[in-house]
Design a protein around this ligand. Structure first.
Ligand code: UDP
Length: 381
């Protein structure tokens, strides 16, 4: 093996934990710092003392992936229980099934169409003049038509992103399927599940290695780098550079917490699509663990707002033209930094699901280790 090196990792979420673990297994010494008082980043889960329910503190996280390696990886650290995400939507005083499927279309239009009829019906109401949809709105108008767009996407998206859907990229809507059958699974991926003991337990398992130490409640400062051979930084890239080239905009989330007896809404997630309702969705967390049973319940109304650096937690990067231009400048600036890798959702300023986060962390660190090995092999020749 090459000489052991010392690594500093900023952030103890999935990215930092996975990178740290691979480095530790390769024999290196790893120190991970996190500004929060807990590990697991935005995936943090914690049992609520009053109700006994396992709560996703920073909003619902459902694991879904087609990547077998990533699925096997997370299953090393907990038992992932089968869980299918089925989301309901309230629009104009009625409850519907999401993602848009045959049930939604038939309920919405008060019809009993079969798959072919529904497909043809949507083709007739869709705007086929849009050939290459660029914006969220164009994507919606092209594939579901104006009525379904207005009922399910316009208000929700405006609340979620604080922007008109015509200013947002089509890629955001492309995350969601449209189905002409009664399949109401929110995701298309082959593997889907929930860790039996929560995401904190999974990340705790990843971090459990004699070569890894963790320091919580610790903000990153540049002088900390001395004594380390390399830094993996999973915090916001603009913050690393003290916002010297401008701020990258994010949306943040705020959760209003409620407890009650019994079952509040009968399912894990209900989206509220109307613009008049100030929150985007309500999630009732005991339904994320259907194998458990609890007399009481805890649920959260979720509000989206503009992120304020230093005050709120960044969630969704807003990758509009303005932000992309700033990001490119940070990338140029980042190339000049020696022995630093910017990683993860915040390091890369990208909208990433958990499986993609893990896959990228594995790829980055394995390439890094392979490179190190090559360099040291060459050095010894
Ligand atoms: N969306 C919507 N109405 C819904 C659900 C989603 O308008 O009921 C839009 C919204 O803009 C959202 C995007 O579709 O950001 C992608 O949805 P997804 O469920 O993937 O959002 P996330 O899980 O990232 O919050």
């Amino acid at each position: 093996m090459a000489e052991p090196k010392r690594f500093l990792i900023v952030g103890a979420g999935f990215t930092g934990a996975v990178i740290g673990r691979e480095l530790a297994e390769a024999g290196h010494i790893v120190e991970i710092i996190d500004q929060r008082n807990h590990i697991a980043g935005n995936c943090y889960s914690q049992r609520d003392e009053q109700t006994g329910v396992l709560v996703h503190k920073y909003g619902p996280h459902i694991f879904h992936t087609d990547n077998q390696e990533v699925w096997d990886y997370v299953n090393r650290f907990d038992n992932f229980k089968p869980y299918i995400n089925r989301v309901k939507a309230v629009s104009q005083g009625k409850v519907f099934s999401l993602p848009i499927n045959l049930m939604t279309i038939n309920q919405f239009y008060n019809k009993t169409m079969n798959p072919d009829e529904a497909r043809q019906f949507i083709e007739e109401i869709a705007d086929l003049t849009i050939q290459d949809p660029q914006s969220f709105e164009e994507q919606a108008m092209r594939f579901i038509g104006k009525d379904l767009y207005k009922a399910f996407f316009y208000g929700y998206t405006k609340k979620q992103w604080g922007l008109e859907p015509k200013e947002l990229p089509a890629s955001i809507l492309k995350r969601l399927p449209v189905r002409f059958n009664y399949d109401d699974n929110y995701f298309n991926h082959k593997n889907q599940g929930m860790p039996e003991h929560g995401y904190t337990h999974v990340i705790e398992g990843i971090l459990k290695h004699p070569n890894i130490t963790i320091k919580l409640n610790t903000d990153y400062e540049h002088q900390m780098r001395s004594g380390y051979d390399h830094l993996f930084y999973s915090g916001p890239i603009d913050q690393y550079f003290d916002y010297e080239l401008g701020e990258l905009d994010y949306r943040t989330l705020r959760f209003e917490e409620f407890r009650a007896e019994g079952d509040f809404q009968g399912t894990a997630v209900i989206n509220y699509c109307d613009i008049e309702v100030p929150y985007t969705r309500i999630s009732e967390h005991k339904h994320f663990a259907p194998w458990e049973s609890h007399e009481r319940t805890i649920y959260f109304k979720e509000y989206s707002a503009k992120h304020e650096p230093g005050k709120t937690i960044p969630y969704y990067p807003i990758r509009q033209a303005k932000e992309k231009a700033v990001l490119v400048k940070y990338w140029e600036r980042a190339r000049l930094e020696q022995n630093v890798s910017f990683v993860g959702r915040l390091g890369g300023y990208r909208y990433m699901d958990m499986d993609v986060t893990i896959a990228e962390a594995l790829k980055t660190v394995r390439e890094f280790i392979a490179n190190e090995k090559n360099c040291s092999d060459n050095h010894h020749v």
